[in-house]
Ligand binder design. Structure first.
Ligand code: ADP
Ligand code: ADP
Length: 243
């Protein structure tokens, strides 16, 4: 069953330069199409600048697309706005390379994990109970909810980022280079956690990385991007054999 189908998605950036001759258009995502199967983990692999983050940001609607469709459960969300978009957007959550960048340094992590669900209508008490359960699930003590982002290591912050994303009970989790900023030993722990969460929650994951070896470890299917285009795709072990 297909949960997300991206059709002919394109996104350009226009670099404005004082010097007219330097103005140029970057085709960051160039006519990309793919299908994501419910319950699977799809890897988007490519070197830096190949368009992976832009693609992810288009799917979570942080960026407006130029053209194409983003069919989530058979509804094209590409042009939805306001309330209608809010209904769908909670179902696609993202974790970033450095969750530090998206965590507010001046607020307790507990507040940051509970705010999303509260805005979506559950009570504060329910949100706190949920946050405690999620912290335990990602391997953090529930007391940690009272601490501030700088009191955690990189690996722990990635766990907080995961808890925050999962608090909204998304149907799709997009992980953009979730382990690239971590030490190799911590990388393995976070990948293990992702694999475990995926089984436990039946999550569908879009896993973005520049590292084919990391992708091959946890993805079923891999798409390789280059200059905004899909240049190769297949089951993880096959793509791995023909780099
Ligand atoms: P389709 O037949 O829907 O066009 P593809 O030809 O792209 O799919 O895929 C061939 C095989 O790979 C199928 O068995 C399909 O189930 C599997 N596959 C395709 N995309 C994914 C994905 N995102 N995650 C897991 N398996 C996939
Ligand atoms: P990746 O995630 O694979 O590193 P990106 O999506 O970040 O790739 O970048 C794709 C292309 O778009 C690159 O050429 C990059 O320089 C360009 N790009 C990314 N973000 C912007 C932006 N905000 N403004 C202009 N160009 C951008």
């Amino acid at each position: 069953e297909i949960i997300l189908e991206v059709n002919n998605l394109s996104k350009t950036y226009h670099n404005h330069s004082f010097f007219k001759q330097n103005r140029r258009t970057t085709y960051a995502v160039d006519n990309v199409s793919f299908k994501l199967h419910r319950g699977s983990t799809l890897g988007i692999v490519g070197e830096s600048g190949s368009g992976k983050s832009t693609l992810a940001r288009c799917i979570i609607k942080l960026l407006e697309i130029d053209s194409g469709q983003i069919n989530f459960e058979n509804v094209d969300i590409a042009r939805l706005k306001g309330k209608k978009l809010k209904h769908y957007s909670r179902h696609i959550q993202m974790v970033f390379q450095d969750p530090y960048a998206s965590l507010n340094p001046r607020r307790k992590v507990g507040d940051q994990v509970t705010i999303g669900p509260i805005l979506h209508g559950i009570t504060k008490q329910q949100a706190i109970e949920k946050a405690k359960a999620l912290f335990n699930m990602v391997g953090l003590e529930s007391e940690a909810l009272n601490r501030y982002p700088h009191e955690f290591s990189g690996g722990q912050r990635q766990r907080i980022g995961l808890a925050r994303a999962l608090a909204l009970e998304p149907k799709i989790l997009i992980a953009d280079e979730p382990v690239s900023a971590l030490d190799v030993s911590v990388q393995a722990q976070v990948l293990e956690l992702l694999t475990q969460l995926r089984k436990q929650l039946g999550l569908t994951v879009l896993f973005i990385t520049h590292d084919l070896r990391v992708a091959a470890q946890i993805c079923d299917h891999i798409i390789v991007m280059k200059s905004g285009k899909i240049v190769e795709q297949g089951i993880a072990s096959q793509v791995f054999l023909n780099p």
